[in-house]
Design a protein around this ligand. Structure first.
Ligand code: ZN
Ligand code: ZN
Length: 241
């Protein structure tokens, strides 16, 4: 009998919320946790997605990014990389939790209206792993997220970026050396088809912006008109020039 009840319950509540473990009906996130995620972002910089105070001057970016060439035109995050969002990002790194990706993509698209305002011929492009890491892991959470976002927005999922170098540690490098190294991290294929398009560049976390910036610059050199970075978590980190 108890088993019958559990079977019936599983039919009515097919999901267990991965955050609070309460049963969910038509989405794994229960209503309350979903609302928390949708409202996770307060006032943020439109250019670099850093959280802002209520009276911040937003002209030309925020205090963090104003005057810094970022490589991309805008950045959109579900929320700051802390608490539940940090926990979900960490889980998503494991392939066994790849099922979370389409649901996080849905919450991100629901939460941030500006994601839905891109041209219909825009491409959704994940930040790729270096081939060696991709081969070792067999899974890239950015790709899983991008797939979910492209489905939600009915936009084309494309893979024009190739990571030809692992992202090096650049803390001690000078500015021009750093720019030169980052310039060689990504290559772009299918340049002709990319020309003039808006690209939603997808990753799980945005920290210094160096990787997304390098990818965006490569896409722009190949003809992309506009690159908007889309992530789940925005971590603190001073953008690299
Ligand atoms: Zn919940
Ligand atoms: Zn900013």
């Amino acid at each position: 009998m108890a088993e019958g009840c559990r079977a019936l319950e599983a039919l009515v509540f097919p999901w267990v919320c991965p955050i609070c473990e309460q049963p969910g009906v038509d989405s794994p996130f229960c209503e309350s946790c979903r609302n928390d995620l949708v409202n996770a972002s307060g006032l943020v910089c439109e250019r670099c997605a850093m959280p802002l105070g209520p009276w911040s001057n937003q002209v030309g970016g925020c205090f963090e990014c104003r005057g810094r060439p970022l490589g991309f035109d805008a950045a959109i995050a579900l929320g700051p990389y802390e608490g539940t969002i940090r926990d979900l990002c960490l889980r998503l790194k494991r392939e066994s939790n790849a099922w979370l990706a389409p649901w996080l993509a849905k919450v991100l698209v629901d939460a941030r209206a500006e994601v839905r305002q891109v041209p219909a011929d825009s491409w959704v492009v994940p930040i790729p792993l270096h081939w060696r890491r991709q081969w070792q892991r067999g899974y890239n959470q950015a790709d899983a997220l991008a797939r979910g976002i492209s489905k939600r927005l009915s936009l084309r999922l494309a893979h024009p970026l190739r990571r030809v170098r692992s992202t090096p540690h650049l803390a001690s490098a000078g500015r021009s050396e750093r720019a030169k190294v980052m310039r060689e991290v990504f290559e772009v294929r299918r340049r002709q088809a990319l020309g003039g398009r808006t690209v939603l560049l997808v990753d799980d976390i945005l920290t210094t912006g160096a990787t997304c910036g390098a990818a965006a610059r490569a896409l722009k050199r190949a003809g992309a008109a506009r690159v908007v970075v889309l992530v789940i978590g925005r971590a603190e980190g001073i953008p690299l020039k």
